[in-house]
Design a protein around this ligand. Sequence first.
Ligand SMILES: [Zn+2]
Length: 429
Amino acid sequence: MRRCRLCEGEIGTNRSDKEAHVCIVKSAVRPDGCWLEGSSGLKAMCAGALTYTPTQQFEDRAVAFRKIGDAIDKSDLHLRNALLSLTPEQRFELMRRACPELKVKLSPLLADVQTEKVKPPDREPFIPDDLPEGLKSELVRYRDRLKRRHELLLKRGHSRSPRYLSELLKMPVRLARFLQAEGITSWDGMRKRDIVSFLAANPLVRPTALTRLLRAISEDKPFSERRGRYVRGRTASKPSPLQEVLSPAELDAALAGIKESRSDVEYAAAWLVGKLGMTAAAAHGLTADLLRLDETGRLVIRPAKVWVVVPKSIAKILAKVADEVAPGWSGANANEFEFIRLFDNKLPKLDDFRSDVLGGDARRLRASAVYTAMLRGNLDRVTLNQTMGVSIATITSIERHLSSDLHRKVAPELVDARNKVLRGDDGAD
Ligand SMILES: [Zn+2]
């Protein structure tokens, strides 16, 4: 029998084949004194949030909810101390799993005790120990190199998913395993045909998943002869592919369609994508700290670095949602509500939001928002980047529509005048 990590009672089970790890599962026979049965609603919420997985994350979660649950019916000072005593990983698990009410209670305190944003710990890239030395040492070197580059990126203000490094190393490790099985023990021994048969055996692997590794391996060979050769794609960066966009009228029609067929909240979220240029994920995960009222009482939102005003019809919907999930949002200071997701339970799951609400067209809607802003005269890349958070590369790619359109829009008499100059009969003499 297991002991509950929260109330420490022994958890029984009504199934012969399975133990219950936490009190919240159906099969559990709850011990006396279980938090779920007690009179404290807040303690019960902690117990309700503690789900079991056989991972380190569960250990972090269990410690976090235990400490917080112990303090939650006492003063804010107790609760703040409990939060302070958690590790960053435990805080992350706590805020990830907590129900909306708990989040509302904990967010302001958490904003007090920590200055840095709570984020999941980076996943350590994994290189199996039993690989042949010749394969392993090169992978370790490659990993360290990726790590250094990753640190540099972070220092420059970029962000990457916590799985970034481990994802980059996944395919190289799989290739190493493949070579090992073929009896190849070093990267020098790998031939093109080995890569081809690896890709044939793993049809889902994109060939590009290996290019970076292959380049790194060949670069490390001091005598590989490259001098005097043209190396493709090294000096000039390739232009990014042209993004498809809708005209402003088409975009308005698309949004009107969404407005007609979907709920208010779904429409507002789609509007954030199609008009403010937010990604579907960012709109879906919008947190309440990114909404404010300005001095004149208008609702403003911060999709990227600056606050922008939202039209009344959208403001009404957003304010109503915010009042519900984050009471006091308009008077909040700093990042008090950074964990309260505005659309928690109000929008379908992100994938369904993309496919059902946005019709699988999220990218194009967002690009169209940028394009429309450009047509309105917001041609400055920095402004677009700061208001919409669109990368400069994407902006560049959308700008290419603009240049051809602008040419087309030049008034015929101007073209005529220019041609006269070119022909030398502009009447200047
Ligand atoms: Zn319990």
